[in-house]
Design a protein around this ligand. Structure first.
Ligand code: HPA
Length: 269
């Protein structure tokens, strides 16, 4: 393990008293309030050397370590995006630290636009696969043969089924679909949204896909959920903006919090 990764792992273990993490969660734009609902040890990203500080409003740049129902969890209150620095592998170090904590499962969340009328703002969509329309890959430059990561089954079927069961148990609808990564930070054009519909996407967003690729590279099993904050460009009269994303995210995030809490409380190994 990289020496800086090990140092950061040690720091987190010493501060929190938690040795091994079972499940890690990454919270997306406007979804960070969940971190404050969980009691545990909070560590600011700025206290973690080499941890990229999420610079986007609507994120909480801190890590929380907690134990829920016997399950050790780590929550990243925010992520850094490709569009902030132009680095597709910007989340590599935090995810290496998560893997260094012996985490086996990673649940990624994000705010996303819907390209299907069936998925309306305020609803949740479990990601079952993705389209990478960015042309980018966080493993470009990786020199070992480990870079040839298989991405079939990238979204773990067992985690997906457990998330679906949790959603059903708390009475939240959780259809599944294909998330489409655009680099951002500009929103898509109406033509790009129409192309996404034709090519099999169900939602569009500016994150998550590079983290899924890195997570599979690091051997983590992945689950992912989008909260739909808006219809894709050209599908409604709404003006798209980050402000709008942040205002709409709490509607879905209340449902997301219920699903995640149930999943974590009932998580069995
Ligand atoms: N497009 C891209 N990213 C997003 C959107 C969108 O419509 N909504 C929230 N994040």
């Amino acid at each position: 393990m990289d020496v800086n990764v090990q140092d950061t792992v040690n720091l987190i273990q010493n501060r929190s008293g938690i040795g091994k993490v079972d499940v890690a969660l990454v919270l997306g734009s406007g979804l960070s309030s969940f971190i404050d609902e969980i009691e545990g040890t909070s560590i600011d990203y700025s206290d973690l050397p080499d941890f990229p500080h999420a610079g986007v409003s609507g994120h909480a740049p801190k890590l929380k370590l907690a134990t829920i129902g016997g399950t050790n969890i780590a929550i990243l209150g925010g992520r850094m995006h490709y569009y902030e620095r132009g680095e597709a592998d910007v989340m590599r170090f935090p995810l290496e630290v998560i893997a260094g904590l012996e985490t086996t499962k990673l649940i990624l969340t994000n705010a996303a636009g819907s390209v299907r009328e069936a998925y309306q703002p305020g609803s949740l969509l479990r990601i079952s696969d993705h389209l990478n329309f960015s042309g980018l890959n966080p493993l470009i430059g990786e020199e070992t043969d480990r870079r040839f990561v298989a991405l079939d089954g990238a979204y773990d079927a067992e985690i997906g089924a457990a998330l679906d069961a949790s959603a059903a148990a708390v009475g939240v609808e959780l259809p599944n679909g294909v998330y489409t990564w655009f680099s951002g930070p500009s929103f898509e054009t109406p033509a790009e949204i129409r192309a996404t519909q034709v090519l099999g996407g169900d939602a569009v967003g500016m994150s998550t896909v590079p983290e899924v690729i890195l997570a599979r590279f690091l051997g983590l099993r992945v689950g992912a959920i989008s909260t739909i904050t808006n219809m894709g460009a050209g599908m409604s009269d709404e003006n798209l903006s980050h402000e709008h994303t942040k205002n709409m995210a709490p509607i879905g995030s209340a449902k997301l919090a219920k699903v995640l809490k149930h999943y974590l409380e009932n998580y069995k190994g």
